[in-house]
Design a protein around this ligand. Structure first.
Ligand code: GTP
Ligand code: MG
Length: 224
């Protein structure tokens, strides 16, 4: 299993303590939908056509300026597996403030069945912070000729699940940055709403929005 300190993911930014907020974000979805590619495109502006399935879980750190704040993103890349079969992954949902739920536009059966998407959604609701924000992303929109999931169908699913929707391509760098920035914005919006209403369930200690390095769950070994 990959370790959270594996050098492949490079952690040079992770020791930087100069930030206003730190958000933990998870990219989840079935195998081969493009989660690792999406993360590498965003964090390193790189893409490789080779498929090396992720083993375990790992993260990259990227710091951005948004809404006049320096925001450190700790972005976790999970191993693709069917929703409901990943106890190791769900342990990492704790403290996550945002999720990118990804499917692949050209694989209907494997990545986009309605029941499966509902399973993922249920899993997020079960294992994460109550106010975690989720974006649904249909990746590989560059493969227009092989598309089997229409944009409309993706949007319908997003509406049904109550998530915002993006189509993207890690390969052609379409909507990758925009997806992360929108997710950060909705997390910030939710944070300010929560502070306005001063709901103790949100602002309290459960898994609050201003996650510090110390609160990040340590890497856990498990036998999956
Ligand atoms: P697991 O680690 O098994 O969960 O898979 P993953 O979701 O991380 O998929 P990964 O990023 O490894 O990509 C799977 C394959 O799809 C690789 O061959 C990638 O090069 C390819 N791929 C990823 N994103 C895109 C994209 O936007 N367009 C195209 N055409 N191919 C992509
Ligand atoms: Mg992967």
């Amino acid at each position: 299993m990959a370790s959270a300190t594996d050098s492949r993911y490079g952690q040079k930014e992770s020791s930087d303590q100069n930030f206003d907020y730190m958000f933990k974000i998870l990219i989840i979805g079935n195998s081969s939908v493009g989660k690792t590619s999406f993360l590498f495109r965003y964090a390193d502006d790189s893409f490789t056509p080779a498929f090396v399935s992720t083993v375990g879980i790992d993260f990259k750190v990227k710091t951005i300026y948004r809404n006049d704040k320096r925001i450190k993103l700790q972005i976790w890349d999970t191993a693709g597996q069917d929703a409901g079969t990943g106890p190791c992954t769900t342990a990492y949902y704790r403290g996550a403030m945002g999720f990118i739920l990804m499917y692949d536009n050209h694989q209907w059966r494997k990545s986009f069945q309605w029941p499966k998407s509902r399973d993922w959604s249920t899993q997020i609701k079960t294992y994460s912070w109550d106010n975690a924000q989720v974006l649904l992303v249909g990746n590989k929109c560059d493969m227009e000729d092989e598309r089997v999931v229409s944009s409309e169908r993706g949007r319908q699913l997003a509406d049904h699940l109550g998530f915002e929707f993006f189509e993207a391509s890690a390969k052609d760098n379409i909507n990758v940055k925009q997806t992360f920035e929108r997710l950060v914005d909705v997390i910030c919006e939710k944070m300010s709403e929560s502070l306005d209403t001063a709901d103790p369930a949100v602002t309290g200690a459960k898994q609050g929005p201003q996650l510090s390095d110390q609160q990040v769950p340590p890497h856990q070994d498990c036998a999956c």
